[in-house]
Design a protein. Structure first.
Length: 350
């Protein structure tokens, strides 16, 4: 065991505070990573406040959140072949899975039918709690560690490990690209990556935001169109417009109104994770042979593909880098949708 330090939520809804804990000694296939930056995902807030209690087991406190981890390899176990000391690497939402089930074999470790070991608020294969990236170091099996793009700054790449892959995976799966009209609901951490990636894939991109406050940013990020959903005329004007809508909103919205924006055979993919079940009218789907779907991050192979894609297209995330002492303030600002467009913690301030 070796000592690590970080910031943890001591209990549900309590402010995060400094916390010391043990990390395992590296095993033969482990990589030790000095964490340089960690993004703040809205999921970190849902978890630290135990907002998903309807859908998951009890949260584990103290909880060190953080699953958008970017750092540099500082040591490797004796059988590691994929990474070496000094490499720029990343870790996303999970650090292990069963490796044998049909999903793992297809590279869909995030849907492992035995057990995906989440980066924090979970138990590893020895039943020890996992601790995330709001910390100085992490020890992870080499097969769950990603290579970061050489040409991009590490701070801007950290959010790719969750926000980036969470949008890349459904955009690819539902075939965003030339000739496709794609809408992104919510211009936050996930949403702004959705705009960049869908645009880079060649789609015609529309942002559906609560207001027009961020319109200039949306256009700069790659959106062709931008509408305020607080304006009822938006729903009339855009009725039956989109092939694909990705919904990144963390709260309840009027699902049926948004489904009406899909063309016949269009699909709305949920990636946002509100606390409660969502009410959907059958007619919203049957009236256009529409699909309502969901998607969760992406597997290791696809996450590497997304990082390489972002490197090739020369973009990371738009970030506001903060010292770790401001993490509680950052949580509050995310809750007010006051983030442009991802907070990233500079771990040198720990
Ligand atoms: P975020 O930065 O807070 O962005 C969410 C955006 O949704 C906000 O910027 C806002 O955009 C819009 N929004 C917020 N409240 C709203 C409301 N009441 N009505 C309408 N729009 C609202 O959060 P994020 O980090 O992108 O995460 C978004 C959600 O995705 C969270 O629930 C998170 O847990 C979930 N998530 C899921 C996955 C997955 O694998 N499925 C992965 C990561 C995160 P505008 O200001 O433009 O309206
Ligand atoms: Zn996340
Ligand atoms: Zn598995």
């Amino acid at each position: 065991m070796s000592k690590s330090k970080g910031y943890a939520a001591p209990q549900s809804k309590a402010p995060l505070a400094p916390f010391s804990f043990d990390r395992r000694e590296p095993r033969e296939h482990d990589v030790v990573i000095d964490i340089k930056y960690c993004g703040i995902c809205h999921s970190d807030i849902h978890q630290a406040r135990d907002e998903w209690s309807d859908y998951q087991d009890e949260c584990i406190f103290p909880m060190v959140p953080g699953h958008e981890i970017a750092g540099v390899v500082s040591a490797v176990g004796k059988n590691v072949t994929k990474h070496k000391v000094g490499d720029k690497v990343g870790v996303g939402c999970f650090v292990d899975s069963c490796r044998r089930c049909p999903e793992c074999k297809q590279g869909l470790e995030q849907y492992c039918s035995v057990k995906t070991v989440w980066t924090y608020n979970a138990r590893d294969n020895e039943e020890k709690p996992t601790y995330g990236g709001y910390s100085d170091r992490i020890v992870v099996d080499e097969n769950y560690v990603l290579r970061m793009p050489d040409n991009l700054a590490l701070d801007t790449c950290a959010p790719l490990l969750c926000a980036g892959i969470t949008l890349y995976s459904p955009l690819k799966h539902w075939k965003a690209g030339l000739g496709k009209k794609v809408a992104i609901i919510g211009l936050g951490g996930l949403g702004h990556m959705g705009v960049k990636i869908a645009h880079a894939m060649g789609s015609e991109v529309t942002v559906l935001s609560q207001s027009l406050k961020k319109q200039a940013d949306g256009k700069r990020l790659g959106a062709d169109h931008y509408y305020a959903t607080s304006d009822a005329a938006t729903f009339e004007k855009l009725a039956r417009s989109f092939d694909l809508i990705i919904n990144t909103v963390s709260a309840q919205i009027n699902w049926n109104e948004y489904l009406g924006l899909l063309k016949v055979d269009g699909t709305m993919v949920l990636v946002g994770l509100p606390e409660k079940d969502i009410p959907v009218g059958a007619f919203s789907l049957t009236g256009g042979r529409r699909s309502l779907a969901g998607s969760q991050i992406g597997g290791i192979r696809e996450t590497q593909e997304m990082l390489d894609f972002c490197g090739k297209h020369g973009f990371g995330s738009d970030v506001e880098v903060i010292p770790i002492q401001k993490v509680n303030e950052a949580f509050e600002r995310v809750l007010k949708s006051d983030v442009r467009y991802r907070f990233v913690i500079d771990m040198a301030t720990l």
